[in-house]
Design a protein around this ligand. Structure first.
Ligand SMILES: *Cc1c(COP(=O)(O)O)cnc(C)c1O
Length: 352
């Protein structure tokens, strides 16, 4: 595809001379005495600014994710990468983006914050992606198409052929959010970056890696796109504690793989048991660590579970998700508790 990234970057970002921080200017030879950044000499190791480009962490990640280090961006959660897509590519008040519906809410919130029109295309029955309908919603001012697979809150993986149709026919940025790809058997798009210079793939430490608290998100893309993100991001956007914890995680992947296996084992068991409940109308297929279920009355059942001390996500007011609850796969004990509470619930009111 002949595609020039400069054609779709905001002019002010193209012209931007980034802030040059102390640790950027000093590079190369080993030093012993650091008097360049107005840091305190006391309270080690917290006194020093962290590596602005997280090089040690990216080197380890590069091996695990099979993506070259210079094609990785790290941010304060995926949320930072989502916001950067708008700030780098979308002119406020002029450009627009297209997203599927229903999907992850942050794409729309960041569009509103950045004053970028957010166009939605409803998924087909079975929450299937229709590439032609998504492409038909684009125009000359469309800079980004947002896709999420496996999709949140529906749980299903989008059809790869349809995603490829969008990648092959759209001349703006295509974001494929693979926050849940570890739970899926599908081939991840991040290993196919060289096929599409306008593809950005998102991953996160918040789900399969069990690290939502440290706020670490990843974006994989062409070197040119990563360079633009690095130019616009806050200089020290990933703090030292987060970098250290992530490095420690990457040195011990056996743990993460055991967690993944546990959730993959629990998911079909929980979904099958849920489908047997009298309050359940339908359980939708899932390739994620959660599933969507249509129930007799989502509001009533949601509130009943709250009374039991159990929180699920009520999605009944989301487009195409009437009377749907989104349920995360927990530990075996948590899942057993959820099912026990729901078995005591009487569909037509009244106590058990
Ligand atoms: C949970 C989730 C994320 C993760 O966001 P972080 O900011 O990295 O915690 C990203 N995308 C989707 C679709 C999600 O559901």
């Amino acid at each position: 595809m002949n595609f020039n990234i400069q054609d779709i970057v905001r002019p002010n970002i193209q012209r931007l001379k980034p802030y040059s921080c102390a640790r950027d200017e000093f590079k190369g030879r080993p030093a012993r005495v650091f008097l360049d950044a107005n840091e305190s000499p006391y309270n080690q190791p917290y006194n020093r600014y962290p590596d602005p480009l997280q090089e040690e962490l990216k080197k380890l990640l590069s091996e695990v994710k099979c993506v070259p280090a210079d094609q990785i961006f790290l941010g304060n959660g995926s949320d930072e990468a989502i916001d950067l897509v708008y700030r780098v590519f979308c002119q406020p008040g002029i450009d627009n983006v297209v997203a599927i519906e229903p999907t992850y809410g942050m794409y729309g919130v960041c569009a509103d914050i950045n004053d970028v029109a957010y166009r939605t295309v409803p998924l087909e029955p079975g929450y299937r992606l229709n590439a032609e309908k998504v492409l038909a919603a684009t125009d000359a001012q469309t800079k980004v198409i947002w896709l999420c697979t496996p999709n949140n809150p529906t749980g299903n993986a989008l059809n790869r052929t349809e995603i490829e149709k969008i990648l092959d026919n759209f001349r703006g940025i295509v974001v494929v959010d693979e926050a849940y790809s570890d739970f899926s058997a599908e081939r991840p798009f991040r290993v196919d970056l060289e096929r599409w210079p306008h593809l950005i793939v998102l991953n996160t430490f918040s789900k399969a890696w069990g690290c939502a608290a440290i706020r670490l998100g990843m974006a994989f893309a062409s070197k040119d796109i990563i360079a633009l993100f690095n130019k616009v991001k806050y200089p020290y956007n990933v703090n030292e504690l987060t970098q250290q914890k992530a490095i420690a995680m990457l040195h011990d992947l056996t743990k993460v793989n055991l967690w993944l296996a546990a959730i993959r084992t629990e998911r079909p068991k929980l979904m099958a048991a849920f489908a047997e409940l009298s309050l359940c109308e339908e359980v939708y297929p899932s390739e994620a660590n959660f599933f969507l279920a249509r129930v007799t009355d989502a509001d009533v059942i949601y509130n009943y579970l709250i009374e039991c001390g159990i929180v699920v996500r009520n999605r009944t007011r989301v487009a195409l998700c009437g009377n749907c609850l989104r349920i995360t796969v927990g530990s075996p004990n948590e899942n057993t508790e959820l099912l026990a509470a729901l078995r005591k619930f009487r569909v037509n009111g009244g106590k058990a």
